[in-house]
Design a protein around this ligand. Sequence first.
Ligand code: AMP
Ligand code: MN
Ligand code: MN
Ligand code: MN
Length: 290
Amino acid sequence: MHLLNADLHSHSTVSDGTLTPEAVAERAAAGGVQLWALTDHDEVSGQQRAREAALDLGLAWVGGVEVSVSFAGETVHIVGLGIDPNHEPLRAGLAATRAGRRERARQMAAGLAQVGIDGAFEGALRHVGNPDLVSRTHFARYLVERGVCAHTHEVFRHYLTEGKPGYVPHRWASLAEAVAWIRGAGGIAVIAHPGRYKFTANEEYALFTEFIAHGGRAVEVVTGSHSTAEQVRFADTAVEFDLFASRGSDFHSPEESRTGLGALPGLPGQLTPVWEALGERIVGAGALTA
Ligand code: AMP
Ligand code: MN
Ligand code: MN
Ligand code: MN
C-alpha cells in the first residue's frame, strides 16, 4: 500500500486552479495516479464531477476539500478526505467560510489601487471559475497578465502577503469548526503543508495537539509545498503524534505548479499512509483491494 500512487491534494476552476475537475482528473490519470482527491478551497461543488471523471478514467477516488482556518494569527489549511460532499452541515460551514471573500477582494483591490494598480477587483474576477471563490491567486494572475510581475510567486511576495499593499487580514473558520465539519461528513481531517506556516515551536505544538484533541488524524508529509528537509521533519512529527501521513501535489495549474500530479516521491517507510484509514470511503478501481 505504501507504493500506491496517491495524490490527495489538488485544485480545479471550482476554487483557484486553472483546469476543470475533468481536466485535473485526466492529468492525474496521465501522471500515473491511482487514488485521487480534488480538494478545492472551501468548496465541494466540483466533487460529483471529479468522482464521475475519476471513475470514467479508472482512477480510485475519495471526496476532498481544503478548509481555510485561522489559528494563532496565521491561515492554516485543513484538508478533509473521504468526506460526503452532500453532508449539509459541511456545506453550510463552507458557505459561511466563503462568505467574506468578495468584500475582502474589494479591500485588496483598494490597497492595490493605492499603489497605482487599477481595476484589480474586476481583473481578478475575470480569472475566477467560481464567483463565490475569489482568492489571492486570481489577483496574482491578473497582476501577471498586466505585466506587473513575471510570475504569481513574485506577486505574492511583493503585493499579497502580510505588510504588502494588496494584503487584507481575514478571519476564516476556527480549527475546531473545520475538523468538526470534516468529521461530521464522515471524513478524515489532515493538516495541509505544515512546513508553510510561520509558527514558533510552541505554536506548532499547539496546532498539532489541538488538532488531535478535536479529532484530527493525519498530516501531509509529502507535498509540493515541502522541501526535502521539511518532508523529513514532518515525517518525524507524524510519528511523534501518531498521525496518518498524506501525500499530495497541491496542483493548481500546468504553468504555475512546480509538481505535477502523481510526480512526488513516495511516503517514507516508517509512516502509515492515510489511505489505509480511508478504507470504504474510497470508490472505484476495485477500491484498490487487489
Ligand atoms: P486565499 O485563500 O485567497 O488567501 O489564497 C490562498 C492561495 O494562494 C493558496 O491556496 C495558494 O494557492 C496561493 N498562494 C499562497 N501563497 C503563495 C505564494 N507564495 N505563491 C503562489 N501562490 C501562493
Ligand atoms: Mn490555492
Ligand atoms: Mn493550502
Ligand atoms: Mn491546496
